[in-house]
Design a protein around this ligand. Sequence first.
Ligand SMILES: [Zn+2]
Length: 323
Amino acid sequence: MPESVFIKNKKSRNIIIRSSLDLQENYFGNGIQIPYVLINGKDKGPNGVILSGIHGDELNGIPIIHKLIDALNPEHMSGSLLLLPIANIPGFILHSRYLPDRRDLNRLFPGQESGSEGSRIAFSIWKNFIEDADFGLDLHSASYNRWNYPHIRGNMKIEKIRKMSSAFGASITIHSKGVKGSLRREAAMRGIPFILFEAGQINRFEPGITDIGVNGIIGVLSCLEMIEKSSGLNRPEPSSSYFSKSQWIRAGGGGLFVPSIFPGDIVKKGEVLGDIHSIQGEIRDQVKSDIDGRIIGFNLHPQVVPGRALYNIAYTNKSFVEP
Ligand SMILES: [Zn+2]
């Protein structure tokens, strides 16, 4: 088994390494490579990994990583920070969330050496980039025709994840372990605390989101003492509260969705969030919240049918006990 990128480069200090390694073979038998950037601080310290594009059409993480590289100076850092701008290379080439066999890479971790094509990619990412990390961040965007208010997700029952989430300073944080096979769940289960930043939409670079992502990551790196206090980088205000659940409000009828409430807004149970208009312009149905909470995601496309997910609302269920 090859050594991880952290181990291979552990003796090089105070350096930014831009490289790539073989991930898979394409139809011509040529290697498909996965690019990475390793920032090895002047002093020894924790190993951190930040990935973007596990879903190949979620691009907002790429400028976050690029701007972060520009902001960081290994001279003022401890430890090693490994950055993967695009984790799902085959999906990225196809402008697709999924791998070419329609599997979701973020359901296949930690992967298998002799498994399916996607499972082998997950295994390679795991062995080369994740296994020797002490913590990680995974950068995502909403899926097709949806927009997510920038927020953090993670298993808040784990103290280090709570600490990282708070240091990120997002205005919304949600307690969620993640689904089986997702990188953050599988890593956290194996003692590598991982948080997920979820923001914006697919196929776009959104500048406001880039800034929130970069500032949040600098907050996390500062809290883990990877960045010197004298580095001149500003940390965000830590966040202190989180929601325990999220739930979609769905369309009751078919028609054209006209929203009146938007991501980030606080809503009350029974509040009207938008209308569904008929093609002739009459209001056919009202979309109402059935809980008190805060909008974290919504549907962008006006054409809707019954059952279409319209608003994702974060809330805290009464039985949830804060750790
Ligand atoms: Zn995603």
